[in-house]
Design a protein around this ligand. Structure first.
Ligand SMILES: *Cc1c(COP(=O)(O)O)cnc(C)c1O
Length: 294
């Protein structure tokens, strides 16, 4: 925070910051796995794209962001971490103005122990997902989903629907009957040897990209295109992808059960490959922990 490293419970932003009053933040989350950032340059490139899309200037270049993240994670001592970086609109320098150009944009970052969006035991057994037919994903011409952002009203409403019905999480559709994504994850549907993932109305997840690459290496055909909700219910396998836990097989969508309730072979294989890939030196940026750290 402003160049200082503080315990997470002491990190503060102001109540007049548009980051808070208008959910006017873009952010990114890079995983740290066994002492190294995974695909760090890909996450930073996306974060820079999100900042420009939101027309924010936090006055930092790539090198200073890397240095800030390195120092923060090293100080935390965490070997497996959820590392968030945020660009916030800030507080207007002119009292009461509605001019977004008058805000002092700022950068902050925080890290906590690694987060699994789907708890590992549930991901291993296969997750249950509610496909909402009432809450729609915010249209991409209203809030740009390719800039990772804090506008979570749709996801939170969807999560309440899912939890009310006993499902683990939710998948939202757009207004024309295509599936989009869920709270912090992308979705894939496998039919025979073809793996399809939506290209519109979604964040282009780094894990989504990793899954695409792993699937192509494994000889599957991958299609990035509009995915109709009926196709997902009709798929052989459905899986979710997120930096919080990699690939999670889905065994239930509403009242449709996949694979007699057990994760499918392709989902299981991609899940295992993802954790293997996180150990590959080519994708890793080692954290420079101080000598005092274990
Ligand atoms: C972060 C996020 C994802 C997943 O992206 P990864 O880069 O794979 O973690 C998907 N959808 C939304 C809305 C997200 O916020």
């Amino acid at each position: 925070m402003q160049g200082d490293i503080v315990p997470i419970g002491e990190a503060r932003i102001g109540v007049t910051d548009w980051g808070l009053t208008h959910a006017d933040c873009v952010y990114d989350v890079v995983p740290v796995w066994n002492g190294a950032f995974f695909r760090l340059s890909d996450y930073l490139a996306r974060f820079e794209t999100s900042l420009s899309a939101a027309r924010m200037d936090v006055g930092m270049d790539r090198e200073s962001m890397v240095a800030a993240l390195q120092r923060m994670v090293a100080t935390s001592g965490l070997r497996r971490a959820y590392v968030a970086m945020v660009g916030a609109r800030g507080t207007p320098l002119i009292h009461g103005t509605r001019d977004p150009r008058a805000c002092a944009n700022h950068f902050y970052a925080w890290c906590v122990p690694y987060v699994h969006v789907i708890a590992p035991d549930i991901a291993e057994a296969g997750a249950s997902v509610w496909v909402s037919d009432t809450t729609r994903r915010i249209p991409e011409d209203s809030v740009n989903p390719r800039a990772k952002n804090y506008h979570w009203g749709d996801f939170t409403a969807g999560l309440f629907e899912a939890k009310d019905r006993g499902f683990e999480t939710v998948l939202l559709c757009d207004h024309s009957g295509h599936v989009t994504e869920g709270p912090g994850f992308n979705v894939f549907a496998l039919k025979e040897q073809t793996l399809v993932t939506p290209d519109r109305n979604v964040l282009h997840g780094i894990t989504r990209q990793t899954v695409i690459e792993m699937a192509q290496t494994a000889g599957l055909v991958v299609e990035e295109r509009a995915l109709r909700v009926e196709e997902v219910f009709d798929a052989d396998e459905v899986m979710l992808s997120s930096s919080g836990g990699g690939v999670s097989p889905v065994t239930r969508l509403n009242d449709r059960v996949f694979g007699n309730g057990a994760p499918g072979p392709v989902s299981k294989d991609l899940r295992a490959r993802y954790f293997e890939l996180m150990e590959e030196p080519a994708y890793r940026t080692e954290i420079l922990y101080g000598p005092a750290d274990p």
